[in-house]
Design a protein around this ligand. Structure first.
Ligand SMILES: Nc1nc2c(ncn2[C@@H]2O[C@H](COP(=O)(O)OP(=O)(O)OP(=O)(O)O)[C@@H](O)[C@H]2O)c(=O)[nH]1
Ligand SMILES: O=P(O)(O)OC[C@H]1O[C@H](OP(=O)(O)OP(=O)(O)O)[C@H](O)[C@@H]1O
Ligand SMILES: O=c1cc[nH]c(=O)[nH]1
Length: 363
């Protein structure tokens, strides 16, 4: 087993480079009889082999570990067929080797690695349900932003052409103030609805006018909003439209000041520590404002896991800072941008959200 070459090949594939895999010749027991097989890099790499879970360095490379659990008779039958037809061995040799080496080695070395698997699939390729589930999982992972693969509490709302269209409008520097507000509001409403979906619920049954029972859920009662002034205030209407009479606290953070951030003003519900908090700020840039705001909420006794941060556009830098410092809060956003420029503006971004929304930009 050339594990070192396997590891270096995997590393190259992950970096997007093609690799040449040696073709082992089972008849001569040599590696250089046939030309190597060229494998090109790809989004999904399937690494397959009977002892693939043995080396921890190899296991660590895997995002999903599958053990195909074949029946012992099937394994022996396949082996007899393969070794007589493909490897040119006679049945007596195959059976002798099986009982002396293969079966004990399977029990000693392959079976124990089953514990490392995330999924154990009985009946192999015939198990269509298991295969569908695996395909679905890989599809989901491929569709996710890379940051969502790292941070399980980061949620980017499912993109549609409607959502892309609205983003195109609010990001266009030529969009009028009127349209900017209209499409921001539509996007904000989607983010708010999505964020509310992460609140806990209780089961509830109601009787419909047909006299039948509908088994549903009851909304979480103890919640409040907290907006980061000014831009966060643009999200208050959407929250009020969804949650009638919701209490909304406010935090004002000035970008310059001690450590670059200064808390200027705060007014929060007195019983905030008993509530789930929807923190409102459309832009997450460096993450400094968000960190300040979340720290304040935690200092008021709000459990980290009770905070849902609602965001329209996020920079990866801000996501990293917030998710690393507060791994239990949830972030819901509608798009993650490429990064920040020298002035710490989100790029491509949409400029100064507050100025465009409240009409205090120069035009
Ligand atoms: N659970 C499980 N066991 C397998 C699978 N494939 C092979 N095995 C077991 O592992 C044993 C050895 O597998 P082989 O692929 O023949 O091993 P090999 O190293 O190629 O054997 P040689 O012919 O000596 O080169 C089989 O007889 C099975 O018992 C699999 O997909 N799942
Ligand atoms: O992640 P950060 O780098 O801290 O940037 C994000 C902050 O910047 C924006 O507010 P801004 O200071 O522009 O004030 P405004 O809302 O009054 O326009 C935005 O609403 C955030 O609060
Ligand atoms: O790009 C940015 C960064 C912070 N605040 C904004 O409004 N826009």
């Amino acid at each position: 087993f050339d594990t070192e070459q396997l590891l270096s090949s995997m590393e190259k594939l992950r970096k997007g480079q093609a690799v040449d895999i040696p073709n082992y010749d089972f008849k001569s027991y040599k590696n250089n009889v046939f030309p190597p097989r060229r494998v090109n890099p790809s989004d999904v790499i399937i690494l397959e082999g009977i002892l693939i879970f043995h080396d921890p360095r190899v296991r660590d490379l895997m995002n999903m570990k599958i053990f195909v659990d074949a029946d012992a008779d099937v394994r022996l039958a396949r082996r007899i067929k393969r070794d007589t037809v493909e490897k040119g061995r006679d049945i007596a040799t195959v059976l002798d080797q099986y009982s002396k080496f293969v079966k004990p080695a399977f029990e000693d070395f392959i079976l124990p690695t089953k514990k490392y698997a995330d999924i154990i699939i009985p009946r192999g390729g015939d198990n269509h349900v298991a295969i569908d589930l695996i395909v679905q999982h890989i599809h989901t992972k491929l569709g996710q932003h890379d940051l969502c693969k790292i941070y399980p509490n980061l949620y980017v709302i499912q993109s549609t052409f409607q959502i892309r269209g609205m983003h195109t409008l609010i990001r266009d520097s030529k969009t009028t103030k009127h349209d900017f507000i209209f499409y921001s509001d539509r996007l904000i409403r989607l983010v708010v609805e999505h964020g509310l979906g992460h609140l806990p619920f209780t089961e509830k049954q109601v009787v419909t006018p047909t006299g039948s029972v509908y088994s549903g859920v009851d909304f979480c009662k103890r919640l409040c909003g907290v907006s980061v002034i000014r831009s966060g205030e643009s999200m208050e209407n959407a929250l009020r439209a969804c949650c009638k009479g919701i209490k909304i606290g406010k935090i004002l953070i000035h970008r310059e000041g001690d450590n670059g951030q200064q808390l200027i003003y705060e007014k929060l519900p007195s019983d905030i520590s008993e509530r789930h908090v929807l923190l409102l700020d459309p832009i997450l840039g460096t993450g400094n404002s968000a960190v300040q705001a979340i720290r304040l909420l935690i200092s008021k006794g709000v459990p980290e896991s009770n905070i849902i941060f609602l965001n329209l556009i996020s920079a990866p830098q801000g996501v990293n800072v917030v998710c690393k410092k507060f791994p239990r809060i949830k972030i819901v956003t509608s798009e993650i941008d490429n990064g920040l420029n020298d002035e710490f503006r989100v790029v491509p971004g949409m400029g100064e959200f507050g100025d465009r929304y409240f009409g205090t930009d120069d035009e």
